[in-house]
Design a protein around this ligand. Structure first.
Ligand SMILES: NC(=O)c1ccc[n+]([C@@H]2O[C@H](COP(=O)([O-])OP(=O)(O)OC[C@H]3O[C@@H](n4cnc5c(N)ncnc54)[C@H](O)[C@@H]3O)[C@@H](O)[C@H]2O)c1
Length: 362
């Protein structure tokens, strides 16, 4: 198979590309604009594979997408390219509307025209896999808000959409477009909605890498509000495996929720990272005894969702997928990865990963 992956230089996209190149015989064409979140250094281990090609392009550019489809003739699309950081969507929503909604529309139209001209066999086998988030469902009741013996609800594939942020509403819009292109034009689509990912190569603006790197540098560990918000955490390589299963095995028109069965309060995630670092790092910065001393509560994010939790039984029952990492095993691997891969994140923090590709420094 030749799979066109959009956003393959991002956090999850790069895990998907590494997974496909290292574990299958398939070809990958990585189409990425290389925004601040795109980092080709996350793909160094596979960049010389004969089954890998990179094209720097914007998914909103219809002419360029048409040219790329004509040149590479993909059997499937895995669409991950997006603006993905909720905080950035609050301070500047335009690029979220542009990439997440218009970009998805351009890809759907490019795919539809390309797919319509395929022969019957290729037409049936073709897949447009849209990678989305559980944040499209809004938030769920928090244990604080319901009587102690109440069973807490989970997000199911048929939960009504109720997004809260510019990010999640732009992703919800793109999900609706994908459904419409399936229903109206018969484009063979499949959608996955996943919980919070964590793991190696995660851009250090997101909670887990931010906490690890701030701790290593002895800086404050910012926690929004009271830190009681609950998220379900999935190790990124488990997500990559699930996505490959879906694009290769799922029936047309399906939607799958993907989750880690790991609900944790944000404050507990931060404290767990501090405990792991306390054990590993003997010489702690700034004369502290424990990294937890660096925890600093900051003003809550506007519209902050209180709880997300996924029912991932459909993908388990239909495709046999279950995450392999527990939160305990995955977070230890993640902390160790950041300790052992200082060069990768220092080049992100000092900006050299992006400046070099712009030709600003050698
Ligand atoms: N990170 C999570 O926890 C999570 C959870 C569920 C779903 N998702 C979804 O998974 C996908 C990937 O998330 P991520 O965390 O890897 O994001 P990311 O921000 O790390 O990476 C996004 C990638 O898309 C590229 N990109 C952005 N705009 C583009 C454009 N106009 N044209 C081409 N490329 C463009 C960027 O350069 C970057 O490489 C997103 O669609 C996101 O909504 C993420």
């Amino acid at each position: 198979m030749k799979i066109l992956v959009t956003g393959g230089a991002g956090f999850i996209g790069s895990a998907v590309v590494r997974y496909i190149i290292n574990n299958t015989k398939d070809f990958v064409v990585n189409v990425d604009k290389l925004t601040y979140a795109g980092n080709l250094e996350s793909l160094k281990s596979i960049e010389h594979s004969e089954r890998y090609a990179f094209v720097q392009a914007d998914i909103c550019d219809a002419n360029e997408m048409t040219r790329i489809f004509a040149e590479h003739r993909p059997d499937a699309i895995m669409h991950l390219a997006a603006e993905s950081h909720v905080d950035r969507s609050i301070t500047g929503s335009a690029s979220f509307i542009e990439t997440n909604i218009i970009g998805t529309y351009v890809l759907l139209e490019t795919s539809r025209k390309y797919w319509s001209a395929l022969d019957e066999n290729h037409k049936q086998a073709f897949r447009f896999h849209h990678i989305s988030t559980d944040e499209v469902y809004g938030d769920l009741p928090h244990p604080d808000e319901v009587p102690a013996d109440t069973e807490l609800p989970l997000f199911h594939e048929n939960t009504a959409y109720a997004p809260s942020s510019p990010y999640s509403s732009s992703k919800a819009s793109s999900d609706h477009l994908v459904r419409a292109w399936r229903r109206t034009y018969g484009l063979p689509t499949v959608i996955t909605n996943c919980s919070n990912n964590y793991g190696p190569y995660h851009f250090p603006e997101k909670l887990i890498p931010l906490i690890i790197l701030n701790a290593l540098e002895g800086k404050p560990l910012p926690v929004y509000g009271n830190g009681e918000q609950i998220r379900d955490w999935l190790f990124v390589d488990d997500h990559a495996k699930a996505l490959y299963k879906v694009v290769t095995e799922s029936s047309v028109g399906e939607t799958y929720n993907i989750g880690g069965h790991n609900e944790r309060k944000n404050i507990d995630v931060v404290k767990t990272i501090c405990l792991i670092l306390d054990e590993i790092i003997e010489e702690k910065p700034n004369n502290i005894n424990s990294f937890a001393q660096l925890i600093t509560y900051v003003d809550d994010r506007p519209g902050h969702d209180r709880r997300y939790a996924i029912d991932a039984s459909k993908i388990k029952n239909e495709l046999g997928w279950l995450p392999q990492e527990t939160f305990e095993s995955g977070i230890k691997k993640t902390v160790s990865w950041y300790i052992n891969n200082r060069e990768w994140w220092q080049r992100v923090i000092d900006g050299s990963y992006a400046r070099e590709r712009l030709g600003l420094i050698k």
